[in-house]
Every structure is written in structure tokens, then in C-alpha cells.
Write a protein that binds this ligand. Structure first.
Ligand SMILES: [Zn+2]
Length: 136
């Protein structure tokens, strides 16, 4: 009976082989189709926002307020969105009612980044394939 580590090694070697087989088999057409699919997804992206949401809790100026009790129950959470554009960082408060929309916009932005990265990878593969094809 092989040990767990042995079978894990075999499995990963196998996965490696499958991966390299796939890479060799990938044709220009297949790569192009994957890029086309990415373009389609890019077109479907809705509004987007760069940045990250953070939460904060505040203390007010009202005397005897619960935010000054022991232990203090501070007000909040308040949400803010921070992003950097052209080396300038900006922070905006986000209302609780706006949160679902803003979260979606942030996801869209991240999706955009992922899709663009994939596009670049595939495009590099295409360039390499074309170069090889030209040499043969
Ligand atoms: Zn208070």
C-alpha cells in the first residue's frame, strides 16, 4: 500500500503531465476563442470602482452617550471606500444603502483586472506560438 505522500507525488506528476500536454495541444484557434470569450465578458461588465471598503466606529460629542459608556458602544459601523488614482488617494463615505451596489462595482473592477491579465497571458502564448510557427 503506497503512503499518502507517494500517491500525492504521483498525482501531482500526473497533473503536470496533463498540463504540459494541454499546453502543447493548444492551437492558435483555441487561444483566440478563449480571448474572444474574455472580450465578451469584458463587454458585459457593469459599473466598476477601484478600491477597498473599510469599516469604522465613531465616538460622538453627546454627553452621556453609549459611545462613552464602560465598555463603550461606539457608533457604526460606517463604511468608507478608499482608492488611488494617478497617485492620489481618495476616501469617500458609503451609505449602508449603497453598500450592495458598491460591493458589486468593486467586484467588477477586480473581474476586469483578472480578465485583462488572462488576456495578456493568452496573447503572449499566441505570440510565442506564431513565432514558433514562423521558424518551422
Ligand atoms: Zn455617541
Amino acid at each position: 500500500m503506497p503512503s499518502q505522500a507517494d500517491s500525492r507525488n504521483k498525482l501531482s506528476a500526473w497533473k503536470c503531465r496533463i498540463k504540459s500536454m494541454n499546453t502543447k495541444k493548444t492551437s492558435l484557434g483555441a487561444l483566440q476563442r478563449r480571448i474572444d470569450a474574455i472580450k465578451e465578458q469584458l463587454c458585459g461588465l457593469g459599473d466598476l470602482r477601484p478600491g477597498a471598503l473599510s469599516q469604522q466606529y465613531n465616538v460622538c460629542g453627546k454627553p452621556g452617550c453609549r459611545c462613552k459608556a464602560d465598555p463603550p458602544q461606539r457608533h457604526g459601523p460606517y463604511y468608507q471606500l478608499s482608492w488611488t488614482r494617478d497617485r492620489k488617494s481618495t476616501t469617500r463615505f458609503v451609505r449602508a444603502s449603497e453598500l450592495p451596489e458598491v460591493r458589486k462595482q468593486i467586484r467588477n473592477y477586480q473581474r476586469l483586472q483578472t480578465l485583462v491579465e488572462r488576456w495578456i497571458d493568452l496573447s503572449l502564448e499566441i505570440c510565442e506560438l506564431k513565432k514558433k510557427g514562423g521558424r518551422e
